[in-house]
Design a protein around this ligand. Structure first.
Ligand code: MTE
Ligand code: MO
Length: 531
């Protein structure tokens, strides 16, 4: 084979009326890329329909094109602009896939490298879509790996097919190898069609639950929450609002794909060490007198100063009442709540039974049905306990049991069986490392001691005295409280610390502890450079 130009391998192929291998390499690129995209769609159906590389890339184009081009597209194509966009993307993808195949045949590994780069870019785009999380990168990544593997398999068939062979019987081998290549390509294409079909079916299931969620009309509460006082929000720019909007609420769970639970199929069973086990349906639950409470949820994995915490208005039915109806037996001390996806949390029975603690089987969050990723149709909310021992989402069972007999999901994995939330406070503004001009600087943030309440927040600059911050109003002890302090900043580098005091007079612990096994401690200290 002459090595003058890698672009004309076929000049080395023995004479005869043979098709040029470049076309077949291009076809291999198209089939492999198409199959990779189909697999990506399948993964996306489980993660989130919007995480598909096609939609992510399309969305990024829509968000990214300059306004004049968007206007031009709309004026040219009207409401067909999206169809035109998708068609354009299809043509570009087809040409790109063919190029990938040709490139990989002529100059390996550059075809695979190009494919990998495009896949990685799609993964980044998907993970940066509004409302996305890192899992949204998964469809693109899985898809591109599958595409690269298939590309190498198919091109291997092309290579064998077009290998130089002068021995007797070469023509016959040639026909066999061609058939092999076509069989592999056909099989791959068929697999892609199956993957696409399954992804459509799965996505339809998710859509059904989305439609069911949109159809839910939350009953008005029998007991409404006290109104949020105007002074609960100090209105400092960049500080967390008193009530966290649902799209900004932190999300923590072990679910790789968000469980899709149709309220029509949902029920909750109270069982275990009880005299009267029972099951309620969604309609039963909606007919009960519901209550509203503001409660600040927090994750045990939150580092000092971290943002795995949020405050919402929850609508639900008191767990206390459900337990009273089931009548727990003597000796029981824990309720193991279980989710459809197998997650469990172990909560002290007596916490759930306390008269003045509003533990809810919640169905509403800030005035709307629970978002699916926050547990639709129902979850637990327990003031004062970290989420991993209390806040089971997609909950379908409450089993009354004993700590001696059973454990929640995280306990055998090294986290404490009991998880009361620790008194803590944090800075929201300024951000650590901010460069600021000398003079009046606003320091602000939140402090929390759920179910006990916050009575004070203090700030210390360098080795100075602790200075009391202004405290915002709150609806009660179960939520966080904003704080603010005006500081007359002097030039230089400063270390600024914050600490809170709870309503029982306990001061936030100074000693630093990591989140495991039962929650982080320490004072958040930020470094600021004042010019
Ligand atoms: N089904 C289920 N529920 C769960 C979890 C989980 O992994 N699975 N994680 C818990 C943890 S650790 C926390 S901190 C809270 C977080 O609730 P959020 O995602 O609504 O903020 O949910 C809790 N409920
Ligand atoms: Mo958590």
């Amino acid at each position: 084979m002459s090595s003058e130009s890698p672009w004309d391998i076929e000049s080395a192929v023995p004479a005869g009326a043979r098709p040029r291998d470049g076309w077949w390499a291009a076809l291999a690129g198209v089939v492999a890329t198409g199959a990779g995209l189909a697999v990506a769609e399948l993964v996306a159906a489980f993660v989130d329909p919007a995480s598909s590389p096609v939609l992510a890339a399309g969305g990024a184009v829509v968000d990214g094109v300059p306004g004049w081009l968007k206007d031009l597209a709309v004026s040219w194509f009207g409401t067909a602009d999206k169809a035109v966009l998708l068609a354009t993307m299809g043509v570009v993808a087809l040409a790109g896939a063919a190029l990938v195949g040709l490139l990989e045949r002529r100059r390996p590994p550059w075809g695979a490298v190009l494919l990998g780069a495009v896949g990685a870019a799609a993964a980044v785009l998907a993970a940066r879509r509004p409302g996305a999380n890192v899992a949204w990168a998964l469809p693109s990544l899985v898809g591109v790996v599958v595409a690269i593997v298939l590309l190498s398999v198919l091109l291997r068939r092309v290579e064998i097919w077009f290998a130089e062979d002068e021995r007797p019987g070469a023509e016959w081998r040639y026909a066999v190898d061609r058939r092999r290549f076509l069989q592999w390509s056909g099989l791959t294409a068929a697999g892609a069609v199956v993957a696409l079909g399954v992804s459509r079916a799965v996505a339809a299931g998710g859509r059904a639950v989305r439609v069911a969620r949109e159809a839910v009309r939350l009953p008005s509460p029998a007991t409404t929450a006290p109104p949020v006082p105007a002074g609960a929000d100090l209105g400092v720019d960049g500080a967390a609002p008193y009530v966290t909007p649902n799209p900004e609420f932190y999300r923590i769970d072990t679910a790789l794909v968000v469980p899709q639970v149709d309220p029509g199929d949902w029920s909750l069973t109270v069982t275990g060490l009880v005299d009267e086990p029972f099951t309620i349906t969604w309609d039963d639950l909606l007919a009960l007198p519901l209550e509203e409470h503001h409660v600040t949820l927090a994750c045990v994995s939150n580092e000092v100063g971290g943002d795995l915490i949020g405050n919402a208005l929850w609508l639900g039915y008191p767990v206390r009442e459900l337990l009273a109806r089931a009548r727990p037996q003597a000796g029981a001390d824990m309720v193991l709540s279980r989710s459809t996806d197998g997650f469990t949390a172990g909560t002290p029975l007596e916490v759930l039974q306390e008269d003045d603690r509003q533990c809810l089987l919640a169905i509403g969050m800030n005035g709307e049905p629970l978002p699916t990723e926050h547990g639709f149709p129902a979850r637990l909310v327990v003031p004062g306990l970290y989420g991993y021992v209390s806040a089971t989402k997609w909950v379908t069972e409450l089993k009354v049991t004993r700590f001696a007999d059973e454990q929640g999901y995280w306990t055998p994995r090294g986290w404490s069986a009991l998880g009361p939330i620790k008194l803590s406070s944090r800075f929201d503004v300024p951000r650590p490392g901010d460069d600021l001009p000398a003079g009046a600087v606003t320091l602000a943030g939140v402090a929390w001691a759920q179910h006990t309440g916050i009575s004070g927040v203090e700030v210390r600059v360098d080795d100075g005295e602790w200075v009391a911050a202004e405290l915002a109003e709150t609806v009660g002890p179960d939520t966080w409280r904003q704080w603010r302090l005006e500081w007359d900043a002097t030039p230089g580098d400063h270390l600024v610390a914050v600490r809170a005091t709870d309503a029982d007079g306990n001061v936030q612990v100074e000693a630093q502890a990591p989140p495991a096994p039962d929650g982080a401690t320490g004072w958040q200290t930020i470094e600021l450079t004042i010019a």
